[in-house]
Ligand binder design. Structure first.
Ligand code: G6P
Length: 608
């Protein structure tokens, strides 16, 4: 949700900033801009559209500047336009600000500024910050930023430069991610490490209500109240290779294909076959509490919420602990009942989703222990949770989540085994579950190897405007996820339903040849799903079934069958979702959509 990158050091700033923006583009991509301090003073260039448009605008211009800030936007205040793009500049033309977040009291501040004679020309809340800094400026940029932020309510990560102090970039954060990258004779500031990984993997995470003053050789951090702070420099484990496309047309395609490996990574060092259990380091300190919990609330948004629904099934079935799954955005505004025996599990790929973070804080305020299932190491949820488990899926750049989803389910499965073995599941069952998990990577590979068939089905149906996805039991959330993937990246209307619910409404939608995707694996409710299929066929719908290898019977009853290998029933989601990801991907490509950067969406939603 908006990407920020800033540079100061011995190299020319522009190429570093543009490259950084390209790597951050998954965060927002409706407009982009850059500000530099040149000999003649502050210059800024910005344009509605993708970073490429900005790059084209700069193509015949040469800049010597060694300091600059840049931004790629996901609009909140004001439509995407050249004027509303960041950087926003103050009325003197000296100060430039890039911002990620929302200033909640911006109307009040705008009125104050206008009464004082400031001319606010854009629709953004960010321009207000630029004018406020200008109003407080008395020779020290850091102090002016500090004063301005003391007036501001809301969330922000900002980077600021001033042509009168070309030796520093000032950055601050409250509720939106921001880190400093430490180089040699150069320093960076960025929303996330992908922007600067080419130059350094040494980072310092700025915390809420902190201001950093960054020069080429140093940085200082203090709180808004002016107390000096020291944070340790951390080394990030991600490599440049991990954030590149490696020959795939889109990141999403690469990430779908990475799943055998990412699932191995999620299991690595955690399985204890001999004792039929698992070891999760992030939970070791909490084992005593975990043995006493009576109820679990899982909080998440989007795809992570679908993983949570699968977690509910697993935990109730095997650990016999009652589970409630909540949308983070709803949880934070309710009056949730949390007692001593309640554990709150928070799932987030990015670890930065504003609603999820706020919900976790609310749960912690009410006395719950909040454990995180997070991908991005060092993210806010990872740092603020009381413990948790990393999913180790590596950087996920395609906006539509794929590999993080399966890794989240993997970690939920591991937690289920851990809690189950502390309670009622036997050694044999624990061992059987672990062995099933170990077999997953190879099984997923066989589905990926069948991509051509799935692509063929996509070619048959990509012009349709409506899809229905049906599943039952643990595969109902897979139906939801399949429908979400399709609508996110191809803009085809798709609904996911529990198969049996179809007769209570969605069946009215079925018209001749309407594609209906049904997860119909050979399990305890196979026969029921077959009746649901018959109901679709009776209305001349076209059924695409995800079925278990060897089930020849189903082929006669549906229009297309995509086979997946047999696996223990509770883990079928990890296989069944793969063809749905590939099908959505190919339909989006055929419809010429930008798969990695679907319209209106952003990877990391750091605003409410
Ligand atoms: C956004 C993304 C989704 C993601 C959701 C939750 O909407 O586009 O792909 O599932 O946020 O994100 P999180 O990082 O908290 O898992």
């Amino acid at each position: 949700m908006c990407g920020i990158v800033g540079y100061i050091g011995h190299q020319k700033a522009t190429p570093i900033l543009i490259e950084g923006l390209k790597r951050l583009e998954y965060r927002g991509y409706d407009s982009a801009g850059i500000a530099l301090v040149e000999k003649e003073g502050l210059i800024h260039e910005k344009a509605a559209g993708k970073v490429k448009t900005l790059e084209e605008l700069l193509i015949n211009k040469t800049f010597a500047s060694h300091i600059g800030i840049a931004h790629t936007r996901w609009a909140t205040h004001g439509v995407p336009s050249d004027l509303n793009a960041h950087p926003q500049v103050d009325h003197t033309g000296n100060i430039a600000v890039v911002h990620n977040g929302i200033i909640e009291n911006y109307r009040t501040l705008k009125e104050v500024l206008e009464r004082k004679g400031y001319n606010v020309i854009s629709d953004t809340d960010t321009e207000i910050i630029a004018h406020l800094i200008s109003m407080y400026y008395e020779g020290c940029l850091t102090e002016a930023v500090r004063m301005a932020l003391s007036q501001v309510e809301g969330t922000y990560a900002i980077a600021v430069i001033d042509s009168r102090s070309p030796e520093k970039v000032v950055a601050a954060r409250n509720g939106a991610p921001l880190l400093i990258g430490q180089g040699e004779g150069e320093n960076f500031v960025a929303s996330d490490v992908a922007a600067i990984l080419r130059y350094t993997n040494k980072v310092v995470y700025i915390e809420d209500k902190e201001i950093a003053t960054i020069t080429a050789n140093d940085f200082r951090i203090s709180t808004i109240e002016k107390i000096d702070i020291t944070h340790k420099v951390e080394e990030v484990g991600w490599t440049l290779e991990m954030i590149e496309k490696a020959g795939h047309e889109y990141f999403m395609h690469k990430e779908i294909h990475e799943q055998p490996e990412t699932l191995r990574n999620a299991m690595r060092g955690r399985l204890n076959l001999e004792e039929g259990t698992v070891r999760l380091n992030g939970l070791t300190d909490h084992l005593d509490d975990l043995s006493k919990i009576k109820r679990i609330i899982i909080i998440a948004c989007g795809t992570s919420w679908h993983a949570a629904l699968i977690g509910e099934y697993l935990l109730e079935e095997y650990a016999k602990i009652p589970v409630e799954v909540e949308y983070a955005s709803e949880f934070r505004y309710r009056s949730p009942i949390i007692d001593e025996g309640t554990l709150v599990l928070v799932i987030s790929q990015s670890g930065e989703t504003a609603d999820t973070l706020a919900a976790m804080r609310e749960a912690q305020r009410r006395g719950a222990k909040g454990l995180g299932i997070v991908n991005v190491v060092g993210s806010t949820i990872a740092r603020e949770s009381d413990g948790g488990v990393y999913i180790h899926a590596g950087p996920e750049i395609g906006v539509a989540s794929t590999k993080a989803f399966t890794s989240q389910i993997m970690v939920l499965s591991l937690i289920t085994i851990l809690l189950g073995r502390m309670r009622n599941i036997s050694y044999n069952m624990g061992k059987e579950m672990i062995e099933a998990l170990q077999s997953l990577p190879e099984k997923i590979q066989t589905i990926l190897d069948n991509e051509e068939q799935i692509k063929g089905i996509a070619e048959t149906y990509y012009k349709h405007n409506n899809f229905l996805y049906l599943g039952r039991g643990v595969n109902f959330p897979v139906a939801l996820e399949g429908a979400l993937k399709l609508k996110e990246i191809s803009y085809i209307h798709a609904e996911g339903y529990p198969a049996a619910e179809m007769k209570h409404g969605p069946i009215a939608l079925i018209y001749e040849n309407m594609p209906v995707v049904v997860i119909a694996t050979r399990d305890s409710i196979y026969d029921k799903v077959m009746s649901n299929i018959a109901q679709v066929k009776a209305r001349n719908g076209n059924v695409i079934a995800i079925a278990t290898e060897g089930d020849t019977e189903i082929a006669e009853r549906v229009n297309h069958v995509i086979y997946i290998p047999k696996i223990k029933q509770c883990f079928t989601p990890l296989l069944a979702v793969i063809p749905l990801q590939l099908m959505a991907y190919h339909m989006a490509v055929l419809r010429e959509c930008n798969v990695d950067q679907p319209r209106n969406l952003a990877k990391s939603v750091t605003v409410e």
